[in-house]
Design a protein around this ligand. Structure first.
Ligand SMILES: Nc1ncnc2c1ncn2[C@@H]1O[C@H](COP(=O)(O)OP(=O)(O)OP(=O)(O)O)[C@@H](O)[C@H]1O
Length: 308
């Protein structure tokens, strides 16, 4: 059995002459919670749809559960839970009826899981789906996705439009699922605080290009911010390998740098600052800096590797 539940090899999509996913190589380890990040229009949903065989790649290929994504059989699809963006359900069905209807399509259907998630979101079995709030509808869709006990969950922006409480419920359900068994989750998101809470791996797409693919810890450890204080005005910002962002104030220079090294220290010391202090950097700030004004570089493609 492969250690990777999803593997893509040069997976590429064009719409007309426009490349919306540039040749993409990612591997999602079994048991991972893999956060798929990127700004609006980066190509996340298109990639997900290619993985599910819903969109034909222009070039390249993907294997999902060891099989080519273009020829997934119904049996294989039953092992994959897909939560599409927008949480669509038939509004005229009740919560209970949604479960009964969906269960017809699966050989395996765990009513306990369904009920557990439905209860977790405080949904009443007799409520019509059209009467549910956005967060409640997300809960219902998650229950429908989890009840067949899929080996692989692919969630496209599952937290979109949810309030913090509903988002927390969703994250708890995700963690519960992966802890219970050897399940794998790939989810796309814009919400870095959510990603920080649950993901162990991340891939970042930026304008169709893969810019990072590494463990969350690697990303957090390797994107650093330092403050340099000077007696007077700071000197011009020097050329520093891995410099992502710089900010200069009256007597301070704040630098965000990927992959700091002894060479970086040497350059910083050569500026003769009065002090050099590390600054705390949250994932959101690290992400924004990484995709920021200097943003064409990719530093974290595979743990421990650095690509220029
Ligand atoms: N069927 C289509 N025909 C033409 N262009 C498309 C089609 N589907 C998506 N696109 C374009 O491909 C690009 C990537 O879209 P995609 O939905 O994959 O991005 P995304 O990263 O999921 O964005 P978001 O975070 O906003 O959902 C966008 O510019 C979009 O307009």
């Amino acid at each position: 059995m492969s250690d990777f539940v999803i593997e893509t090899h040069g997976l590429t999509k064009y719409y007309g002459t426009r490349e919306v996913v540039s040749p993409l190589d990612i591997a999602v380890p079994r048991g991972a919670i893999f956060g798929f990040l990127g700004r609006n229009g980066a190509g996340k949903s298109t990639t997900i749809r290619m993985l599910l065989g819903l969109v034909e790649p222009t070039r390249g290929s993907a294997t999902v559960l060891g099989h080519d994504s273009r020829s997934l059989t119904p049996e294989l699809r039953a092992r994959i839970g897909y939560l599409a963006e927008g949480h669509h359900v038939y509004g005229w069905m009740t919560v209970q009826e949604c479960g009964e209807w969906q269960s017809c399509f699966y050989e395996r259907w765990n009513w306990k899981v369904y009920q557990g998630v439905v209860d977790h979101f405080g949904l009443k079995p007799k409520t019509k789906a059209k009467g549910l709030s956005r967060g409640e509808r997300a809960g219902l869709c998650l229950a429908l996705t989890l009840a067949p006990e899929p080996e692989l969950l692919i969630l496209d922006d599952p937290a979109l439009g949810l309030d913090p409480v509903a988002r927390r419920s969703l994250l708890q359900s995700m963690l519960y699922v992966t802890r219970r068994a050897d399940r794998t989750i790939l989810f796309s998101s814009h919400l870095l605080s959510d990603v920080e809470r649950v993901a162990d791996h991340i891939a970042i797409l930026d304008r169709s290009v893969l810019r990072a693919n590494c463990s969350l810890d690697t990303f957090r450890e390797r994107v650093r911010q330092v403050s340099l204080k000077f007696a007077g005005a700071p000197p011009p910002t020097p050329a520093i390998p891995g410099l992502l962002h710089s900010f200069r104030a009256e007597n301070e220079m704040v630098l965000t740098i990927a992959n700091m090294s002894p060479e970086t220290d040497r350059i910083l010391q050569s500026l003769h600052p009065r002090s050099i202090d590390p600054m705390p950097l949250g994932l959101e700030d690290a992400f924004i800096s990484y995709l920021g004004d200097r943003g064409e570089q990719s530093f974290f493609i595979g743990d421990g590797e650095e690509a220029a």
